[in-house]
Design a binder for this molecule. Structure first.
Ligand code: ZN
Length: 281
């Protein structure tokens, strides 16, 4: 099942278009996308019976973030060995580095992003959306707490991120538009092997990242187990599971996004995000 945020309303995406959840369910679910996660099990049961012939064509430009108002966004640093190496940092043990992207940085999948001053870099990531509350969850039970997967771009301004006596990861990664998400949430039954998903990013058509989730240091179930030892994960919460190698900061010479460039981020079996970058006026 594919669940989208279409102009602020929850929608099921089918082969032929979109089914408005609130209309099709007679007001039982939605219209706000976040409301689905609060009733995830009931919504899944209803959605399995929804009539796909009610689908209408839609404008992809109206797609928003599939979880637009998560209570928490947890982002993982250094979760791929080659990315840790290109960052010049040790592979983490026990608990990976965790930061947030503030919720105001979230956007839909197809956007124009204004470049702030500094060094703006790309990080394609598998994003996990929580479906049921998770507190001290065992790895073996972690999949049961996941609503599905989507794609995130963890756009990062490296000068602010790495400045000062304690690095400013959360702020440097939270400029407006720095967390595009989508194009929809895909439930796990549609993902052939969640631990072997190819993820790529291109800048103006040139492939800059080409990784696979099989190279994660902390798997998705391990992340949920470790994180939920400390925090309670709520329905609709978002976990950005880290980026593979190939970021601009790790290249020689380094490369950062320039006005007029287009970044395309793809995960096999989920879809594609597309961001165009413009100069600050
Ligand atoms: Zn990241």
């Amino acid at each position: 099942m594919r669940i989208a945020n279409l102009a602020g309303r929850a929608a099921l995406i089918t082969e032929t278009g979109a089914v408005d959840v609130a209309t099709a369910s007679g007001g039982r679910f939605g219209p706000e996308p976040h409301a689905l996660y609060a009733q995830w099990a009931q919504f899944r049961a209803w959605a399995a019976t929804a009539d796909p012939s009610a689908a209408q064509p839609y404008d992809p430009a109206l797609l928003g973030a599939p979880t637009p108002t998560p209570v928490q966004v947890l982002a993982i640093g250094l979760n791929y060995r080659e990315h840790a190496a290109e960052s010049g940092l040790a592979v983490p043990e026990g608990m990976p580095p965790v930061f947030t992207k503030f919720v105001s940085s979230l956007s839909g999948p197809y956007t124009t992003v204004t470049l702030p001053p500094g060094k703006v870099d790309w990080e394609v990531e598998l994003a996990v959306v929580i479906g049921t509350t998770a507190t001290r969850v065992a790895e073996a039970d972690a999949w049961d707490h996941i609503a599905g997967f989507t794609i995130a771009q963890d756009i990062s301004e490296r000068a602010l991120q790495l400045s000062g006596p304690a690095p400013q990861f959360s702020l440097g990664k939270s400029h407006r538009g720095f967390c595009p998400l989508g194009p929809w949430l895909v439930t796990l039954d549609e993902i052939a092997d969640p631990s072997a998903l190819r993820l790529t990013s291109t800048v103006d058509g040139e492939t800059v990242q080409d990784g696979n989730t099989r190279d994660m240091i902390f798997s998705v179930p391990t992340l949920i187990a470790r994180l939920s030892e400390v925090v309670t994960l709520y329905p609709g919460d978002l976990i950005l599971s880290g980026t593979p190698s190939g970021v601009g900061m790790g290249r020689n010479p380094q490369r950062f996004l320039a006005p007029g460039e287009t970044l395309v981020s793809t995960i096999e079996g989920i879809g594609t995000l597309e961001q165009r970058f413009v100069a600050q006026a």
